[in-house]
Write a protein that binds this ligand. Structure first.
Ligand code: CAA
Length: 415
């Protein structure tokens, strides 16, 4: 295996919950000034799963277009990262593997470390591909973010899944070495096994995030990473999109640079477009940031790639200044508790012909808006735990659904 083998994200696709609660609706209920949501935390709406949707159905919906494009023949590993797991023992990815009729010669595992799990999955997948470059790994990061009603965290809820195919000679971005990593034992956000909503010390979690980012960046620099000036853009984990602004200002200061607001917007402005409408999707969040940045550079007028430029000459067929080909993007993944990792991704020639911009925009624009009372009722709803048969209401219009809980078993089906 050549040491300089390029490994990275070959394809990326996301799905989100089919319902949406706007921050106008939330603010009208709780009397909060809308400016606090739209400007203060940078959120406009939050995705809410339908009654027969969860991390599995969203994960399968995100991954299905990837398998349709590339097949499953080379995928020998599925890594499912989540904070909002549906079972203490069984990996949620096995349900996805089954829904997508993947070959039995596959290993499937679930990973957890709050919002950082998706990045652990990506890095482990890269290691597997280096071991055998003929293999591909399907990484799925899927979460439903849920806080208690009427608490500050409520405005930052959301739901989404990102699926990424990790491969040698990737068609989207190559992931560079080194990574900068950081771990500290801190209780800023956590969820005991007996709770369905996360516990959080909001202010503490913001400073824990910034401290972890600083640690990861310092380690990245010590490991011989790129200089700050070499990055064209930065994708941060976005529990709420204003957090990315806080993070970038802190990074500028840590690098001894002046905080120029125009530079902050230039570096991260295009990474927040999806997250401000979807809300926090924990493990998926930083990759929704990457999707927004790449899709924002799409030159095919909203094409999903099927009718875009063919990239056959190894270029996008455009010298548009939006083109990120060969330009380093810094990614900062943070998971409370806490672990952070900073690393670089570099879009490869032809990447714009592979984007799923139209699919992604439709996933957001196609959601059905719900009112506050409806949202509140859904928030408090849970299956009975008596071991009986509890079908889920038929609601989603997505490709897969949770049929219900039967004898303590979650059953999934194509819709
Ligand atoms: N117009 C404009 N801005 C306004 C405003 C108005 N009318 N009213 C308030 N604001 C601003 C405030 O000045 C404040 O700005 P700064 O952050 O720049 O100071 C901002 O809006 C938020 O206001 P508050 O601090 O008063 O908000 P809050 O008490 O409701 O708490 C929060 C905000 C801590 C983020 C809370 O939503 C929360 O606990 N969220 C969940 C935890 C979280 O997301 N933590 C992030 C780091 S942890 C992590 O990243 C992992 C993860 O995914 C959970």
């Amino acid at each position: 295996m050549p040491k300089d083998l390029a490994v990275g994200i070959h394809d990326l696709s996301f799905a989100t919950g089919q319902l949406v609660l706007t921050h106008e609706t939330l603010a009208a209920h709780n009397g909060t000034e809308l400016g606090k949501y739209h400007v203060g935390i940078g959120q406009r709406s939050m995705s809410v799963p339908a009654a027969d949707e969860d991390i599995v159905t969203m994960g399968a919906a995100a991954a299905a277009p990837i398998l349709a494009r590339h097949g499953a023949d080379r995928i020998r590993t599925v890594i499912f990262a989540t904070e909002s797991s549906v079972d203490q023992a069984k990996a949620a990815g096995i349900h996805v593997h089954s829904l997508l009729s993947m070959p039995s010669a596959t290993r499937v595992v679930e990973l957890k470390q709050a919002c950082y799990g998706g990045t652990a999955a990506l890095q482990f997948a890269i290691g597997l591909v280096h071991r055998d470059p003929s293999q591909q790994v399907l990484v799925i990061a899927s979460d439903v973010s849920k806080y208690e009603l009427d608490q500050p965290g409520e405005a930052t809820q959301g739901a989404a899944a990102v699926a990424m195919l990790i491969s040698a000679d990737p068609a989207l971005v190559r992931i560079e070495e080194p990574s900068g990593v950081f771990t500290a034992d801190i209780m800023d956000f956590w969820r005991p096994n007996y709770l369905t909503t996360a516990l959080v010390d909001g202010k503490e979690s913001v400073s824990a995030y910034l401290q972890a980012m600083d640690g990861a960046w310092k380690d990245y620099t010590e490991q011989g990473g790129r200089a700050f000036e070499e990055f064209a853009a930065f994708c941060y984990h976005q529990p709420f999109t204003k957090m990315a602004y806080k993070a970038h200002r802190a990074l500028l200061e840590s690098c001894g640079r002046e905080v120029d607001e125009a530079e902050v917007v230039r570096a991260i402005g295009r990474t927040t477009a999806y997250n401000e409408d979807i809300g926090n999707s924990y493990t998926a969040s930083v990759y929704l940031g990457l999707a927004a940045l790449l899709d924002g550079s799409d030159d095919s007028d909203g094409s999903d790639g099927s009718d875009g430029s063919d990239g056959s000459d190894g270029s996008d067929g455009s010298d548009d200044s939006d083109d990120l080909t060969g330009r380093a993007i810094g990614l900062l993944s943070y998971g409370s508790g806490s672990v952070a990792e900073f690393f670089a991704a570099v879009p490869v020639p032809g990447y714009r012909s592979q984007l799923r911009s139209e699919q992604h925009r439709e996933a957001i624009s196609g959601r059905r808006e719900i009112g506050y009372a409806d949202y509140r009722e859904r928030h408090e709803q849970a299956f009975p735990v008596d071991g009986g048969d509890h079908p889920a209401p038929r609601e989603t219009t997505g490709p897969y659904r949770l049929a219900g809980l039967f004898g303590h078993k979650r059953v999934y089906e194509p819709r």
